[in-house]
Design a protein around this ligand. Structure first.
Ligand code: PLP
Length: 477
């Protein structure tokens, strides 16, 4: 394509996207389609010859778009409701156009300098020391993996890089997290060779928060048995119900016992910006390492995660390895981001953070986050006021867990709530997910999309009640 055709197609694409967003409330969040049918509709032989862009775009609109789940829809409330904001979407386009590889300062000078700037801004927003080492990665799961590798190496010392772990007279290495932690902690324990058996799941309390006294007891037992406690992973904003572990007490336990504290604030990290939550969100400053997810809450398109580590040089001690062809001149300003994780080729992720944070400003971001919190408070109040519905667990974050209980029979209610989720999602009107807690199966409504309005949440609540009433008329109660 000559550049003028690129622009022409770009305009066509933008027109499609504009129409998509202008009519988003008429677009189903998803259109259910059988897996075999969907696969067959897309199956094609490897194209021998190129086709017109219009055809590719038309096929995308017809064959792909309806059968996605539109995470960027104002009625998407599943998992963690996120948003690609318009400046973020445009920044992604520019990033692709420039195709910079931000592995070294030398290979991407302004991208590296910008990465440092946005990492400092993120640290300031979440309340972590701005001078800590930090790096942009593609997800919280990998950030936790990298943090735990770093914690392990810090515990064992530099010999582990050379000699590895196998065949050495090392103590059993132990990790600790709560029974509510994200499965990425298990995956990291498996990947790093701790083994799941050495990931101790500390029980949580009735509000799903890790019990610090149980954590300390587990660490002390392990020390008495000759094991080596390496790291504790605490969560701020648990996946299931949006609980936050008591970080200060956990940090005290870690400090007393010389154990690394990694905090997974993938979901919870940014909510302190919302004025009504400012004093309620756990203080993250004592974390040895910290992960927060701008692609969850900061209106940044996927993928964008920040890994922070307060121990200068610790990430590089684990991951720095410079092949000859990657050597370059260094001075006090240079940061080669390839040294802070195992990833070499890296996209220019900093640009989308720079554009979004500059476009909205801290205040604009705070107002949008506060809006989500208000919508969640409103939904919780509506649920609580409705007979037969309740919120069995509370969260300060805009994550509302609710359950319809028209019967005393727990299993009946479990089944009914699962059916409600299934019917709502199949309708395309909205999309929610679920979790199972002590009370049973609950419907999980995550609120955080930048386009979601009060009317959208009210429509969701109406749809849930209508489905529930139809599935379980009160006469059957
Ligand atoms: N940590 C928590 C608390 C999460 O809720 C999630 C995902 O939802 C993750 C980690 C994993 O995040 P990612 O999808 O960025 O790897």
């Amino acid at each position: 394509w000559p550049p003028e055709l690129f622009e022409e197609h770009g305009r066509e694409l933008l027109a499609v996207l504009r129409a998509h967003f202008e009519s988003i409330r008429e677009v189903p969040v998803t259109v259910p389609r059988g897996t075999g049918e969907l696969s067959a509709s897309l199956r094609q032989d490897l194209p021998e010859h190129g086709v017109e862009f219009e055809r590719v775009l038309d096929d995308t609109r017809e064959l792909v778009l309806p059968y996605l789940v539109h995470w960027n829809h104002p009625s998407f409330h599943g998992y963690f409701s996120n948003s690609a904001s318009f400046p973020g979407i445009l920044a992604e386009t520019m990033t692709a156009a420039l195709n910079v590889n931000a592995m070294l300062w030398k290979s991407a000078p302004a991208a590296s300098a910008l990465e440092r700037v946005v990492l400092g801004w993120v640290a300031e927003m979440v309340g972590y020391p701005a001078e800590a080492d930090a790096v942009l990665v593609n997800g919280a799961s990998l950030a936790t993996l990298y943090a735990l590798a770093t914690a392990r190496d810090a515990a064992l010392g530099p010999s582990v890089r050379v000699e590895g772990l196998a065949g050495r007279d090392l103590p059993v290495l132990r990790l600790y997290t709560s029974d509510q932690a994200h499965s990425s902690v298990d995956k990291a324990a498996i990947t790093l060779g701790f083994g799941q058996v050495n990931l101790v799941k500390v029980p949580s309390d009735e509000r799903y928060r890790m019990r610090p006294e149980a954590l300390e007891a587990a660490i002390l037992d392990d020390l008495a048995a000759g094991y080596k406690p390496v790291a504790v992973v605490a969560t701020v904003g648990t996946t299931s119900v949006g609980a936050a572990d008591p970080l200060q007490e956990i940090a005290d336990v870690c400090e007393r016992n010389g154990v690394w504290l990694h905090v997974d604030a993938a979901f919870g990290g940014f909510w302190r910006l919302a004025p009504s939550l400012a004093g309620q969100v756990e203080d993250l400053t004592r974390a040895d390492s910290l992960v927060v997810n701008p692609h969850k809450c900061l209106y940044i398109p996927m993928e964008a995660t920040v890994l922070h580590c307060r121990h200068e040089g610790a990430l590089a001690d684990t991951f720095r390895l410079v092949a000859e062809y990657l050597t370059s001149a260094q001075d006090e300003h240079t940061v080669d981001y390839m040294n802070l994780t195992p990833q070499l080729g890296r996209s220019f992720r900093a640009l989308k953070l720079w554009w979004v944070i500059r476009t909205f400003g801290r205040t604009g971001l705070a107002e949008r986050l506060e809006h989500s919190v208000e919508l969640a408070v409103g939904l919780r109040e509506a649920v609580t006021a409705e007979p037969l519905w309740r919120c069995p667990v509370d969260s300060i974050y805009p994550l509302v867990c609710l359950r319809y209980e028209p019967s005393q029979d727990r299993e009946v209610c479990d089944r009914l709530n699962a059916e409600i989720v299934e019917e709502l999602n199949a309708s395309g009107e909205a999309f929610v997910s679920h979790t199972v807690i002590d009370d049973g199966y609950v419907i999980r409504v995550s609120i955080g999309n930048i386009h979601t309005t009060r009317a959208d949440v009210e429509r969701l609540w109406r749809a849930l009640r209508e489905i529930a009433a139809r599935r379980f008329p009160l006469a059957r109660a």
